[in-house]
Every structure is written in structure tokens, then in C-alpha cells.
Design a binder for this molecule. Structure first.
Ligand SMILES: Cc1cc2nc3c(=O)[nH]c(=O)nc-3n(C[C@H](O)[C@H](O)[C@H](O)COP(=O)(O)OP(=O)(O)OC[C@H]3O[C@@H](n4cnc5c(N)ncnc54)[C@H](O)[C@@H]3O)c2cc1C
Length: 438
């Protein structure tokens, strides 16, 4: 079910969006204070950029609602460069924050790191060397009869993973609706698309990961090996480690062949085609006050009555609404992502585009009204691509998982340096722990 409306306000858009941006860039004020000088005597120094062009490129995201400039951007040539940076920060008397930047398609400043260092993961794939997508059509080692797999770097785009797999007549079990996202970026959330009801989210289809933790340690993990870290980082919002060369044995199955209308690839690239159209109309790089919710099946009619038939009854905002059902038994609750309790829940994605300053404010009000309705009606929803501005919000979001998350954070990122843009551990870990048990 989808509606699209891009009204004829394009000429006004640029000016009004700038105005909106000023109003809505509140909270990530740069608090730099400079990085330790010793950082620039490490072997990675030549790959640390502090020039304005580099830091400006890493200072906003797809949502265009938050902005914060990092002190520097690391262009890693190898995963070991990332480990060196994190180890340096974690052992420093004044640790600085570090965040991975995939394709920057977050909506609410999740990759931003004022006063710290952004790791531009995409640099890993640029430096030549061995290919970082390798497809094994025959299955692995002793498991040769098992499903084929791909070994892909966390910085790789799903579009490229798909292309490489198709050369072997294979395709990922679960593709996101939009393929120009990185493997690490979607696995930090869950990675959902039209096939997730059958195969689960992308995180449920990963067999092995290489992770660099917040102490700079490189760890290979799977369901059988270092499983605690494996489950933590999948859906872990970048809190426990950086997934680098990380994806191994991703389950694949024979690709579909579409005989009519469009090819399989054209179908999977449908949102990229929309992107081209929207870009040419100048309405791609606008604020996107998106709200993604998981709604339990038992309350979807209440949600429909309260949200679509009431809050949005007379509204017709620009954008797209996606809804599709998901089977909870295809998810693995040991992973960090939070889902509702029902056996079946719906992903309801309100993918708004704000074409004017008024739109931005109105859509924020509408989104707040949706959340307020869900709270008041006790809908038992969860946010997907969650955004919370307080630890109480995160506590409520994760529920019984929260105390485990604090424990994992203390173990794998004890200085709380990773991905501060998620705003999960802005105050101290000790403070978070106190709240969790209160
Ligand atoms: C147009 C569009 C369409 C989308 N469609 C879908 C969809 O169909 N299904 C879906 O599930 N989601 C979808 N999303 C949401 C998307 O999955 C998330 O926003 C995702 O985080 C974006 O990936 P990215 O590569 O841009 O990550 P970024 O925005 O660059 O990073 C996101 C988070 O992940 C962390 N991170 C990034 N790389 C790594 C890594 N290698 N290791 C550890 N942490 C890392 C970052 O620090 C940050 O916290 C869509 C978003 C957009 C803008």
C-alpha cells in the first residue's frame, strides 16, 4: 500500500528547507576541544583528514534535520586502521568518540560525532587490493552441501552485493527496498524488505561477522563462537563494535526470474529509479522527518482508526507510506533489535518528505501525535530505526533488554566511545546502569 505525492512547490523548496534546517538543528552542538596530538603520530595519521571539506561531508545525513561537525574523518585502508584508531581513543586519558559512516542514510544524526572522528567505512572498498565481495556458490568447507554464501565488507552496498551474487545465479534472501545502503548500516538496524516476512530481517540471515569492539579488539563471531558479541552487534545501532570485513556466509538462494514487465534487478532497483526522478526534480535532498514503527497485529485496526482515519484524515503530506507484515518467529530475540510481542507485527513506515519549512514543523507535530496516540492507547509498538533523546526513552524502547545492553556496553565499549549519535549513552554508563535497575 503506497501513496506518493510530490506537489509543485519545488521552486520554493531550497529556500524554505534551509530555513527549516536552521530551526531544527538543535542539539548536537560541537563540543570539540581538539583531538590528542599523539593521534597524528600514529601510522594512520596520513589517513586522518581534518580539512573542512572532509569534515563538512560527514556533518549531516539523509534526514537533513541534524548537523554536527566531527574533528576529523578517518579514511581506513584496512580494518586494522579502524582498530588502531579505536584502541588509541580507548586507551587515551581523554577518549574521544568514534562513529562509523556507511552511506549516511540515517535520518536523525545517528552517524554524527561532534568532537570526535568519523570513520568513512566506504574508504575500505576504494583502496584497491583484494575484492571485498566474494561469492561462494558451493557452500562452505565441511558444509559444502549447505547454502551458498557471500563474504562482504561492511562498507559494501547491497546493490553491489546483489550484482556480484547474480553473476552466480544467486540473490540475497532478503533485500532492503532500497539497495544503496551499506551492509554494516542495515545490519546495525535489522534490514527489512518485502521478503522479511518469509526469511526474517537481514540480521537473521548472517552466519559470521568480524567485529572491531570499542576496545579496539578484532573478534570473529557467529552463533557458535563469541555468540554474545554476535547477537549484540546485529541490530546493535553501532554501540558494541564496528562491523568491518564482516559479513561471512550470508545465506543466499537461487535468484528469481521475472518474465514480465520488469527484470528482477529492475524490480529490486525500483527505489533507486525513484531516487533518480526525485533528484532530477530537486526533491531528494530535503528534510525527511520519517517515522518507522512496528505495530502488533492485535492493535493494527486501532492504529488505523487513530492514525490514518484521525490524525491524517485531512492531511496529504508528500512522501510514501509502506506497510508490510512480519512474522516474529523469523526474528531472533537474542539480537539487539526490539520488536513487539505479537507473533505477527506490521512495519508501518511513514516516509515523509518536507517540501517547505511549514511541512517540517507540521510533520514533526504529526509524528509526535502518532507516538502520543500509540502511548495513550497502549499499542505496544516499537520504533524501527529508533530515535530517542533520553535514556528513559531507550529504557522504554528496549524494555527487559536494556539491562543486558548496559552490561554489553560495559564489556565491549567501556569508555562509551562508539556511535554517540544514537544518543544512547550520552551520560555515563554508571548513570545508565542506575536507571536500568531503578
Ligand atoms: C532512501 C532510504 C531507503 C531505506 N530503505 C530501507 C529498507 O528498505 N529497509 C531497511 O531496513 N532500512 C531502510 N532504510 C534505513 C536504513 O537501513 C538505515 O538508515 C541504515 O542505517 C542506512 O545505512 P547506511 O549505510 O546509510 O548507514 P549509516 O547511516 O551511514 O549508519 C547508520 C548507523 O549504523 C552504524 N554503522 C554504519 N556502518 C557500520 C558498520 N560497518 N559497523 C557498525 N556500525 C555501523 C553507524 O555508526 C550509524 O549508527 C532506508 C533509508 C533510506 C534513506
Amino acid at each position: 500500500m503506497a501513496t506518493t505525492r510530490f506537489v509543485g512547490l519545488f521552486a520554493l523548496t531550497i529556500f524554505l528547507c534551509l530555513a527549516a534546517g536552521e530551526l531544527l538543528r538543535p542539539s548536537m552542538a560541537a563540543d570539540a576541544g581538539g583531538l590528542p596530538r599523539d593521534l597524528f603520530s600514529l601510522g594512520i595519521a596520513s589517513r586522518i583528514c581534518t580539512d573542512r571539506n572532509s569534515t563538512a561531508r560527514a556533518s549531516t545525513d539523509f534526514g537533513h534535520m541534524f548537523e554536527a561537525t566531527p574533528e576529523a574523518v578517518l579514511l581506513p585502508a584496512t580494518p586494522a586502521d579502524i582498530a588502531d584508531l579505536i584502541l588509541f581513543s580507548a586507551s587515551s586519558p581523554a577518549p574521544f568518540p568514534v562513529a562509523a559512516l556507511g552511506k549516511g542514510h540515517s535520518g536523525r544524526g545517528q552517524t554524527l560525532v561532534p568532537g570526535g572522528v568519523v570513520v568513512d567505512m566506504r574508504a575500505l572498498g576504494r583502496g584497491g587490493g583484494a575484492p571485498r565481495i566474494n561469492v561462494s556458490a558451493a557452500g562452505a568447507g565441511a558444509d559444502a552441501a549447505a547454502a551458498p554464501y557471500v563474504d562482504a565488507g561492511g562498507e559494501q552496498l547491497w546493490a553491489d552485493v546483489l550484482r556480484a551474487a547474480l553473476e552466480h545465479g544467486l540473490a540475497p534472501r532478503v533485500c532492503t527496498d532500497y539497495l544503496h545502503l551499506t551492509v554494516g548500516g542495515t545490519l546495525s538496524n535489522a534490514g527489512i524488505g518485502g521478503q522479511a516476512f518469509r526469511h526474517g530481517p537481514q540480521i537473521a540471515n548472517v552466519h559470521e561477522l568480524d567485529v572491531i569492539t570499542g576496545t579496539g579488539e578484532m573478534v570473529t563471531c557467529s552463533r557458535a563462537k563469541n555468540s554474545e558479541l554476535f547477537f549484540a552487534v546485529l541490530g546493535g545501532l553501532g554501540q558494541f563494535g564496528k562491523m568491518e570485513a564482516l559479513l561471512r556466509q550470508l545465506s543466499f538462494e537461487p535468484g528469481f526470474v521475472f518474465a514480465k514487465d520488469v527484470t528482477y534487478v529492475q524490480f529490486l532497483e525500483r527505489v533507486c529509479e525513484e531516487e533518480r526522478v526525485l533528484r532530477s526534480a530537486g526533491v531528494w535532498d530535503v528534510p525527511h522527518p520519517w517515522l518507522n514503527l512496528f505495530i502488533p497485529r492485535s492493535r493494527i485496526l486501532d492504529f488505523d482508526a487513530g492514525v490514518f482515519k484521525c490524525i491524517f484524515r485531512d492531511a496529504n503530506p508528500a512522501g510514501r507510506i509502506l506497510m508490510y507484515p512480519m512474522n516474529k518467529d523469523r526474528w531472533d530475540d537474542r539480537m539487539t533489535t526490539a520488536t513487539p510481542n505479537d507473533d505477527v507485527f506490521y512495519n508501518v513506515a511513514l516516509l515523509w518528505s518536507a517540501l517547505s519549512a511549514n511541512d517540517v514543523e507540521q510533520l514533526h507535530r504529526d509524528n509526535k501525535a502518532v507516538i502520543a496516540f500509540c502511548e495513550k492507547a497502549g499499542i505496544g509498538y516499537k520504533q524501527y530505526l529508533p530515535h530517542h533523546t533520553s535514556q528513559d526513552g531507550w529504557l522504554q524502547h528496549f524494555g527487559v533488554k536494556w539491562s543486558k545492553i548496559i552490561e554489553l556496553k560495559a564489556k565491549y565499549d567501556p569508555k562509551a566511545i562508539l556511535s554517540p549519535g544514537q544518543r544512547m549513552f550520552l551520560s555515563s554508563l554508571a548513570n545508565a546502569a542506575t536507571r536500568a535497575v531503578a
